[in-house]
Design a binder for this molecule. Structure first.
Ligand SMILES: Cc1ncc(COP(=O)(O)O)c(C=O)c1O
Length: 368
């Protein structure tokens, strides 16, 4: 048996003609930076998310950096987010000079817990960054209400949730601005690095655009100092092709999750719970078990790849030692990190493979 966690090779084989044609077109046009592919994708992805503007960036991390900078977040500010995320979310806060403030997660959705956010709001709080973890949207209505009440900037980190829906609307349209990553393994992934900021705020879109391109709209007129955080045309051409397949791919992920859920029902593992307000897009299919490490080893020994997202919560990472947050500070996140195991999940995963995977899980527990 050889079942990978994700399989980008099979995805490419299925759309090879479209992809090859799109890449060739960019190479033949020699328009590698900027141009029609970039503006075309920005427009199409913004429309997909139900917002007015999209500004493509070099990756999801720079999209976050630029978003926080565009809102003028900086020294003296506090930004609240979850410790159950990838470090890019919090690096962006630190890069501006602001301070990271963590709020623990909800035990069912694994997303930031509203009550915990409320406890962390101070006069210095400037922004909230909810992260739609693993493909499941946060409960946005109460978060939006809280942000309005305290006059906070709301930034969605939707890096793991392309096309996920909250109460029938796609993520990316709830924040003052939102970011996505197109890292290759994401539900919508480039053939290298790419990201985007989407927003209904024209001023923010313009500012992100300016910052991403050395502070200029014209070749040698630099209005401010910025960065070179622009997207590559080849990546945008790839993403334009893949965007046409995203809804179908997400549907296949959901079907695969359903099969997993029913086959795992009687086993001593906790399957992901799709909240009633959510359309989960299963960027990752994450189960919880007390025997995480042993089960992972067992599956790996049978040729089934697994992942751990994430083995160490951010507040306990060496990089955040300076925050002085000891073990026990965020018990729900810590429990999650000690028990999570990501099983193979991708649109092309076959039902037979899911049956084999769950059979191996059953065998593992029968030997315990
Ligand atoms: C939640 C989250 N935010 C931000 C990022 C950063 O995106 P990128 O890897 O494209 O820089 C990631 C990437 O894995 C992520 O998972």
């Amino acid at each position: 048996m050889n079942i990978p966690l994700i399989d980008l090779k099979v995805q490419y084989q299925n759309i090879k003609d479209e992809i090859d044609k799109a890449i060739r077109k960019v190479i033949e046009s020699a328009q590698f930076a900027g141009g029609e592919e970039v503006t075309g994708f920005e427009h199409e992805f913004a429309e997909f998310c139900g917002v007015k503007y999209g500004v493509a960036t070099s990756n999801g991390s720079t999209a976050l950096d630029l978003t926080l900078l565009a809102f003028g977040i900086g020294e003296g500010d506090e930004v609240i987010t979850t410790p159950a995320t990838f470090i890019a979310t919090t690096e962006a806060i630190t890069h501006t000079g602001a301070r990271i403030v963590f709020a623990d997660i909800d035990p069912d959705s694994y997303n930031i817990n509203l009550k915990e956010i409320e406890k962390k709001i101070t006069s210095r709080t400037r922004a909230l960054i909810p992260v739609h973890l693993f493909g499941q949207p946060c409960d946005m209505d109460p978060i939006i209400e809280l942000a309005r009440k305290h006059n906070l900037i709301l930034i969605e980190d939707a890096a793991q949730s392309h096309g996920a829906e909250y109460k029938g609307k796609r993520v990316g349209q709830f924040g003052d601005a939102s970011i996505f990553s197109f890292y290759p393994g994401k539900n919508l992934g480039a053939y290298g690095h790419a990201g985007i900021v989407v927003t209904n705020r024209e001023d923010i879109a313009n500012k992100v655009n300016l910052l991403a391109n050395h502070g200029r709209h014209e070749k040698y007129a630099h209005l401010i100092e910025g960065y070179n955080y622009q997207a590559d045309a080849i990546q945008m051409a790839v993403l334009r092709v893949k965007l046409r397949h995203l809804v179908d791919w997400n549907e296949k992920r959901r079907q695969n999750a359903k099969i997993y859920n029913s086959l795992l029902e009687t086993l001593p593992v906790l399957s992901p719970k799709e909240k009633e307000y959510a359309k989960h897009v299963y960027h990752l299919y994450v189960i919880k078990t007390e025997k995480r490490n042993e089960l992972s080893e067992w599956l790996n020994s049978k040729g089934i790849s697994t992942g751990i997202h994430y083995p160490v919560p951010l507040h306990l990472q060496p990089a955040y030692k300076y925050l002085d947050l000891v073990s026990g500070s965020f018990p729900v996140t810590e429990e999650l990190c000690s028990k999570v195991l990501s099983l193979p999940m991708f649109p092309e995963l076959k039902e037979d493979d899911i049956i084999s995977i769950t059979e191996e899980i059953k065998k593992f527990f029968s030997l315990q």
